[in-house]
Write a protein that binds this ligand. Structure first.
Ligand code: NFS
Ligand code: SF4
Length: 654
């Protein structure tokens, strides 16, 4: 008893841990129930300072070697590796792992596409033939006088090269603005197939191979670009072709989307195919009938994390929360089943699920979890898996033993701003283009564009950094594009609704009101960061804002990042030309050559650069200063200073 008390004392206060009201409520309940969540584990597990700085190496058994971050050049590893080599190798391996996750996901989507096109899988079809043609044309595939099936087969053949190509540039390199591509060619960082780049990254970071941080950094860029313009982009484009390109839908987020009197099923993970099939299962009359016979009013399907975001964007399916809420939501006692596929699945879910009698299902051969039931999902017979999950969920509903406590908070917003829709929204159906966006940037109503993306991390107050940062950005007329857990943080804060325009500065709010859009545009899952890359390319193509992505008045941030995928995303944005700031902690020792290369040197080579700060307000200031610097270089800073909005301009806008 004594012992327990002293343990309780050390737990941080809930208001310090999360700014998400519902997660806070469940955290409180979890503490009463004696259940530990990621926030508590983070408090108990102090981060290793040497590892946090990336100042250690365990690439061979002459080590592991630890260097001194305070005096970084005072020591070298047993093999003589310097701090720069060690950090660059670690960074490279994070990129390889993160890129592998996205590209393997993209490849799974492409596998599915191939089987659908070849007629071997009948449960899915091509839902968006227009997008099929557009994507094919964008990489030079002849589409005239060809059937959709022929185009699809040709597209598959081409896109397979994104992974397997041994020499030469990947197909989507053709979408990169020519001057940016020229810079990449000069630097030797245009990606070949992702398999090759990831393999080479792993090879070069093996003991005794690449021991020059500058050369390792090149492979970091090349590998990351094979994700951003490769695997992730394929994942997005193929998912759109198979499941539909998102258009804005009003939808609800937050834990209040659970329903006490219904069978609640959560899908958490990253691949939309499992979720799409689950939609079919929960709509099956037989299963609805079974749920009713068990005493439920119906079956309530909701999403979490990234595949949840894809379903939110494509179908308006409610979203229950982001990464650090995935355990907390089971504390409601209302979750009858949670099915997961791959990525960002905390192993601790199994324990929390057990405590609340929730069924936890793993479904993907790549991801089993001790203590979870594995029901494998096969696209050739998808409903076999999803039906079984529904049946188990119904049985859990029928015998619910735990009191149900659902936080009564839901936030409505508009989601699903694909690159294509922004085109249409701003330009109108006849003159769909990014010209109005560029015009509004040039005339200064919109100061610039920021991508705010990425994870939540129990080492910082959940959602808080995202929300503070984005509020500050829109207040300063910066249009914000969002993906991933960040988008859900802002949706919970109410900023994904058109009404939030009043929080924006005068120029941005005027544009939002004229178009009827929120100041924060949710674009989907983490792989959909590729939509932001395509939007940036289009801004360059439309003209008036320079010839490279690096010249655009744009910036990016992942303020609460935690995963290796996020590092890979950061590096592909930087290599594409974007100033990208991370929060939480940066895995590189300051005042080292490698740090200087990432934070300054890459920009001198014509790419973007990294930035870091934990403070959201400082982060916003850095991004705005960067945007202003780019405006000045483009000679459009004066337009903003002189900006007067008269009636004629208002009419113009509308
Ligand atoms: Ni992306 Fe982070 Fe995970 Fe999605 Fe959320 S944690 S890097 S946002 S769910 S991948
Ligand atoms: Fe140490 Fe070098 Fe081996 Fe790394 S590769 S563990 S620095 S000896």
């Amino acid at each position: 008893m004594e012992k327990k008390k002293s343990k309780e004392k050390t737990l941080p206060e809930i208001k310090e841990i999360t700014s998400c009201e519902t997660t806070g409520q469940m955290l409180k309940k979890a503490r009463q129930d004696g259940i530990e969540l990621c926030f508590d584990r983070a408090a108990a597990m102090k981060a290793c300072p040497i590892g946090a700085d990336s100042a250690c190496c365990k690439h061979c058994s002459m080590g592991p070697c630890r260097l001194n971050a305070k005096d970084p050049y005072s020591k070298v590893g047993v093999c003589g590796a310097t701090i720069d080599t060690i950090m660059a190798r670690n960074f490279g391996r994070m990129i390889a792992a993160g890129g592998a996750a996205h590209t393997d996901h993209g490849m799974a989507m492409l596998d599915l596409f191939r089987e659908v096109v070849n007629g071997n899988i009948k449960d899915y079809t091509i839902k968006d033939p227009i997008k099929l043609i557009e994507v094919a044309q964008s990489i030079g595939i002849e589409t005239e006088e060809k059937s959709n099936e022929e185009v699809a087969k040709a597209l598959y053949q081409e896109l397979e090269r994104t992974y397997t190509q041994v020499e030469g540039e990947i197909p989507f390199a053709q979408r990169v603005p020519p001057k940016t591509l020229e810079t990449w060619r000069k630097l030797g960082i245009v990606p070949r197939g992702a398999m090759r780049e990831i393999m080479e990254m792993m090879h070069r970071t093996h003991m005794g191979v690449d021991q020059h941080y500058e050369n390792i950094t090149k492979q970091c860029s090349r590998t990351a670009l094979s994700d951003g313009w490769g695997g992730s982009m394929v994942a997005t484009e193929i998912s759109d072709i198979l499941f539909g390109t998102p258009v804005p839908v009003a939808a609800e987020v937050n834990m209040g989307v659970l329903k006490e009197n219904q069978v609640n099923i959560i899908i958490h993970g990253h691949e939309p195919n499992l979720f799409e099939s689950m939609v079919a299962s929960v709509n099956s009359p037989a299963l609805i009938q079974a749920a009713k016979e068990a005493g439920a009013e119906g079956i309530n399907l909701v999403g979490m994390c990234c595949s949840g975001l894809e379903m939110l964007s494509r179908h308006g399916i409610p979203h229950a929360g982001n990464f650090t809420s995935t355990e907390a939501i089971m504390v409601t006692g209302a979750v009858d089943a949670m099915a997961v596929d791959v990525q960002c699945i905390q192993q601790a879910l199994a324990r929390v699920a057990e405590c609340y009698g929730t069924y936890l299902f793993t479904t993907n051969p790549r991801c089993h979890i001790e203590g979870a039931d594995h029901v494998e999902f096969h696209e050739h017979n998808p409903n076999e898996c999803t039906d079984e999950i529904v049946i188990k969920a119904i049985s859990r509903f029928k015998s619910r033993k735990h009191p149900v406590q659902i936080p009564d908070i839901r936030n409505t917003g508009v989601h699903g701003f694909s690159y294509e829709y922004i085109n249409y929204m701003l330009g109108g159906s006849f003159r769909g283009s990014y010209t109005p966006l560029n015009d509004n940037i040039i005339n200064g109503r919109i100061r610039g564009v920021a991508g705010v993306v990425g994870c939540t991390n129990p080492r910082v107050k959940q959602d808080w950094v995202h929300v503070e940062l984005v509020r500050e950005l829109i207040k300063n007329d910066v249009l914000v594009l969002q993906t991933g857990c960040s988008q859900i943080a802002l949706a919970k804060a109410g900023l994904c609704s058109p009404e939030a325009a009043y929080l924006a500065g005068p120029g941005l709010s005027e544009v939002c009101e004229a178009v009827g859009m929120p100041p924060v545009l949710g674009m989907g899952a983490c792989v959909d960061n590729s939509r932001i890359l395509i939007a940036a390319s289009e801004m360059v193509k439309v003209g008036g804002l320079g010839e490279t992505i690096a010249e655009l008045p744009v910036a990016g941030a992942a303020p609460e990042y935690m995963s290796e995928k996020a590092i890979c995303i950061g590096q592909y944005f930087v290599a594409s030309g974007v100033y990208t700031i991370f929060g939480v902690t940066f895995p590189i020792v300051e005042n080292t050559h490698f740090h200087k290369l990432l934070f300054e040197g890459l920009e001198k080579q014509g790419l973007g650069k990294w930035g870091f700060t934990k403070d959201p307000h400082e982060m916003a200031q850095k991004m705005i200063a960067h945007i202003d610097g780019k405006r000045k270089a483009l000679g459009i800073d004066k337009a903003r200073e002189r900006k007067l909005v008269d009636m004629a301009e208002r009419r113009d806008l509308a």
